[in-house]
Design a binder for this molecule. Structure first.
Ligand code: GZL
Length: 344
């Protein structure tokens, strides 16, 4: 291994605070991680000598703009990395994810990556993969398992922190409003890590604030149509029960809700303050129009990180148990400057 690579790997291990055993559950904000994790690829002895890695990826679905960008990022990054990608789309059906994973095992792929639609029910299939001797990378959403040795690393956002950011924006935005502030919440896919943790982080921030009250909350599946339908239901309540704030767990549901709010003769972004998560270009366009007030970024462009992790694993290196991509929050005031920078 060339000296340069030792420096990169050593830097990665030092930054992760892990010994060579490297079993630590550490989060590394990408900005401080070794350049290697930003997408540069490390081939042990150059591309010619490196065996072409075969990566089986169980993608959970194609439910949202975020998901489409996530899939595209992984496809593009695998081509750039010279990694053979076998991608199976489960259309949000966990059993289809299990079927895809068993097909990867039968095909004897080198690595299996999973974006789990929900966080429970993964022990048995992960044990099957372990018996087959295939390393696992968990991507995007996490899994609830007792034995964290069932996967090498989890690459995904800090959804709890996203919920905290959303609530902090709301508390500041509504600081001059008197009386009780009623909140409606459009949850994502029930049982999914982003929906659970975005809800937890948001609630933690208002738990000791008597004037903020979540009066309506329902799953809407991370889809635009789901957001529109559930928001219509919310607005069928008596007018005095209409929310002052909408917290949507993703942009697609928020954009669908804007349509329902306008159907009811209300102005989205002023009659009802809207806070969303993801950071899609469409949401920025809605902020510029004044319909959405703030968007918490959730980075879908995980392809380069996934491919780098695959290469590191196949080169026999260890990785931090947790890798967190960098993320921000954007408001209407910033949307005009940032919209052209959006890559998804
Ligand atoms: C978050 C991701 C969520 C997005 C939604 O990492 O799992 O799923 O927030 C997507 O847009 O459908």
């Amino acid at each position: 291994m060339k000296m340069g690579k030792w420096c990169l790997v050593l830097l990665l291990l030092l930054l992760s605070g892990c010994s060579s055993a490297n079993t630590g559950q550490r989060q590394i904000p990408l900005r401080t991680a070794a350049p290697a994790l930003s997408g540069q690829l490390l081939d042990e002895d150059g591309p010619a000598a490196a065996k072409r890695i075969v990566l089986g990826f169980s993608q959970l679905g194609s439910e949202s703009t975020w998901r489409e960008a996530n899939t595209a990022s992984i496809q593009e990054a695998s081509a750039e990395a010279g990694i053979t990608l076998i991608l199976r789309n489960a259309e949000q059906d966990q059993q289809k994810q299990f079927d895809a994973i068993r097909s990867f095992i039968d095909s004897e792929v080198d690595i299996i990556a999973i974006a789990p639609v929900v966080q429970t029910g993964w022990e048995a299939i992960l044990e099957e993969i372990k018996l087959a001797g295939i390393p696992v990378i968990i991507l995007d959403r996490s899994v609830n398992v007792q034995d964290s040795s069932l996967y090498v690393t989890f690459i995904g956002s800090d959804f709890y922190e996203e919920g905290v950011k959303a609530a902090k924006y709301m508390i500041d935005k509504m600081r001059h409003d008197s009386g009780v502030i009623t909140i409606a919440e459009l949850q994502g896919t029930e049982g999914s890590t982003p929906s659970i943790d975005r809800g937890r982080g948001f609630r933690k921030m208002i738990e000791d604030k008597q004037n903020f009250r979540i009066t309506q909350s329902k799953p809407a599946g991370f889809t635009k149509s789901g957001g529109r339908e559930v928001m219509r239901e919310f607005l069928q309540q008596p007018e005095e029960e209409w929310p002052q704030v909408l917290y949507a767990h993703n942009d697609d549901m928020a954009i669908g809700a804007v349509e329902a709010i306008e159907e009811a003769g209300l102005k989205a972004g002023s009659d009802i303050i809207i806070i969303s998560v993801d950071g899609t270009r469409r949401a920025f366009e809605q902020m510029i129009e004044g319909n959405i007030n703030a968007v918490v970024e959730c980075n879908p462009l995980l392809g380069p990180l996934l491919m780098q992790a695959a290469k590191e694993i196949m080169s026999g290196r260890t990785l931090p148990k947790r890798i967190v991509p960098p993320e921000d929050i954007f408001t209407q005031e910033l949307a005009g400057m940032e919209v052209e920078n959006r890559k998804y």
